[in-house]
Design a protein around this ligand. Structure first.
Ligand SMILES: *[C@@H]1O[C@H](CO)[C@@H](O)[C@H](O)[C@H]1NC(C)=O
Ligand SMILES: *[C@@H]1O[C@H](CO)[C@@H](O)[C@H](O)[C@H]1NC(C)=O
Ligand SMILES: *[C@@H]1O[C@H](CO)[C@@H](O)[C@H](O)[C@H]1NC(C)=O
Ligand SMILES: *[C@@H]1O[C@H](CO)[C@@H](O)[C@H](O)[C@H]1NC(C)=O
Ligand SMILES: *[C@@H]1O[C@H](CO)[C@@H](O)[C@H](O)[C@H]1NC(C)=O
Length: 495
């Protein structure tokens, strides 16, 4: 949120129409930018990227070595919207051997080869790490925020990003296999905080998006990077005075949808031998609605991405929502909740012992009035009923960890085989609005930090132990580390 004072200052300042910081349009309009990978199935990866012209047939060549890219995937999907300078392209790479390094080259007269690790097969019990990044925001010229030998090559990032969460993700590129980012990407909707943008909202909005996704590309083009929506993918009317200055493309998750609609997966078919579980997973797949709500499996984890913005009763960004953003709906009435029910009920813990649900707005948070009550009403009961192990949220700009808790009461077992889900808030990755004070701490608070930018790493150690770390972005220091122990002896949890 932004204080009204800044609106007042800004309305007075007005004036100076300085140029926005658009990246230079390359001579070769097929040049790929804003690369982003995602898990698309147990043997599939999507490659998304943007170009400054529409492509008739976006293609990616791939293979097991940099000089033998012997397979090719193409699509006919190259889309844009009225206020954007770029087109979003996609290709789906299929038939991948799990957990294997692949080399890929986006087809262009001006592109280079990069590589990624293909997804672990559901049921692979090998330990792996997954980073959690939320509320990130653009850096560099539009940085409104802050005035060792590796096995893998460190992705090249702009030096000005070194001290940021992106810098830390680059520096530690061997230490994690994938990233989840449940909402609040560029903070492009905060263009109006820079005085010179006041009469140039459309260009400012788009230039921040281009800069941000260029900045993210060294990470998202190397690591599987899973997206779901936050309020900043739709914000406009939080500042009513400026509502009519709001660019068209900013409304109703328009850019988010173009960028991720064809790159995020539908929920997977079940890997369970139980026919009830298979039927439930088929139902969940048909009700899933990427990039808004969907699940995917990776090794010993079943991970669900939910939409805390629209598509449930009193959803904050819905047409009658408290945030007055007039977004969605993106599915039929009850579709998201029915999806979540079927999806969680389908999870066979002998295949994927760990169940993680990630969304943008938390219901457990420090500080007063930071929690989303309608989210809690819609989702918490299902989390408990189906034994979700960990709920991951952001939105509040700091790091927080809570004991396993249900209905506001800590589980008597604590971290040793609780029935209630454990919750974290990992919203401190850095953005124009800065960090939020920790504020008042509920009794079940274990850790809260708002001194510097931070993010979280989930370490899936084995079928019973999940280590949750919070990392200080600028230094790499581990700020907090805890381990959740779950027996996971029940194949289909219902409580
Ligand atoms: C080729 O791509 C690079 C970025 O990867 C860009 O800086 C350069 O301008 C492009 N060259 C042409 C001729 O478009
Ligand atoms: C930033 O990191 C890169 C490596 O990613 C390094 O080459 C460069 O010297 C660093 N710059 C600063 C200012 O620390
Ligand atoms: C199959 O899974 C359902 C729950 O999804 C469970 O009730 C049932 O007992 C399981 N059947 C077998 C044969 O394990
Ligand atoms: C938002 O977009 C969705 C999907 O395109 C559409 O169904 C819905 O009506 C839109 N909502 C508003 C308020 O325009
Ligand atoms: C949580 O509260 C709901 C609503 O009052 C209730 O139905 C449910 O049984 C409670 N769950 C637990 C585990 O206490």
């Amino acid at each position: 949120m932004v204080g009204l004072y800044s609106v007042a200052v800004l309305l007075c300042a007005g004036g100076a129409l300085a140029g926005v910081n658009y990246p230079v349009i390359p001579k070769d309009l097929t040049t790929p930018f804003q690369q982003r990978l995602a898990v698309y199935g147990s043997n599939a990866v999507s490659v998304g990227w943007n170009t400054y012209e529409q492509l008739s047939q976006p293609c990616v060549q791939y293979g097991l070595s940099a000089d033998k890219l012997d397979t090719k995937a193409c699509s006919s999907s190259s889309t844009t919207y009225s206020t954007s300078r770029t087109w979003s392209n996609v290709a789906i790479l299929t038939g991948l051997t799990p957990a294997t390094t692949y080399y890929y080259k986006i087809e262009s007269t001006n592109s280079t080869v990069d590589h990624f690790l293909s997804p672990r097969t559901p049921g692979d019990k090998t330990a792996f790490n997954m980073d959690v990044v939320i509320d990130l925001g653009v850096y560099g010229k539009d940085d409104f925020t802050t005035s060792s030998k590796k096995k893998d090559t460190i992705p090249v990032i702009e030096p000005e990003l070194n001290h940021t969460t992106i810098g830390r993700l680059a520096e530690t590129v061997d230490d994690y296999e994938l990233v989840i980012h449940p909402g609040d990407f560029a903070y492009a909707d905060d263009w109006y905080l820079k005085f010179s943008n006041i009469l140039n909202g459309k260009e400012a909005y788009e230039s921040i998006l281009e800069q941000f996704y260029d900045q993210l590309a060294p990470i998202a083009g190397r690591k599987l990077y899973m997206a779901s929506p936050g309020n900043h993918e739709a914000d406009c009317s939080e500042i009513p005075y400026l509502n009519n200055l709001c660019p068209k493309g900013q409304n109703n998750f328009t850019d988010f949808l173009h960028r991720f609609e064809n790159t995020m997966p539908h929920s997977f078919a079940s890997s369970s031998s139980n026919t009830t579980a298979q039927a439930l997973a088929r139902k969940a797949r048909s009700l899933s609605n990427p990039p808004f709500w969907y699940s995917f499996e990776y090794g010993m984890a079943h991970i669900v991405m939910i939409n805390t913005e629209t598509d449930f009763p009193n959803a904050p960004d819905g047409t009658d929502g408290s945030a007055k953003l007039n977004g969605g709906p993106f599915g039929a009435p009850h579709q998201q909740i029915e999806f979540l029910k079927a999806d969680l009920a389908s999870v066979d813990r002998t295949v994927t012992p760990w169940v993680i649900v990630a969304g943008h707005r938390p219901w457990y948070s420090t500080g007063s009035s930071s929690g989303c009550d309608s989210c809690q009403e819609a989702f918490e009961g299902l989390f408990y009923q189906y034994g979700v192990d960990l709920g991951v949220f952001g939105h509040v700009h700091n790091s927080q960890r809570f004991l396993p808790v249900v209905n506001g009461t800590a589980d008597p077992n604590g971290m040793k085989n609780p029935k209630a889900p454990m919750y974290i808030v990992a919203g401190g990755a850095g953005n124009i609005e800065g960090l939020s004070d920790v504020g008042t701490k509920p009794a079940y608070t274990e850790f809260a930090y708002a001194d510097d930018y931070s993010y979280s790493t989930l370490k899936f150690l084995d079928e019973q132990n999940l280590q949750v770390d919070f990392i200080r972005s600028s230094t790499g220091e581990v700020l907090d580390s805890s381990t959740l122990y779950k027996k996971h002896t029940t194949q289909f949890v219902q409580q």
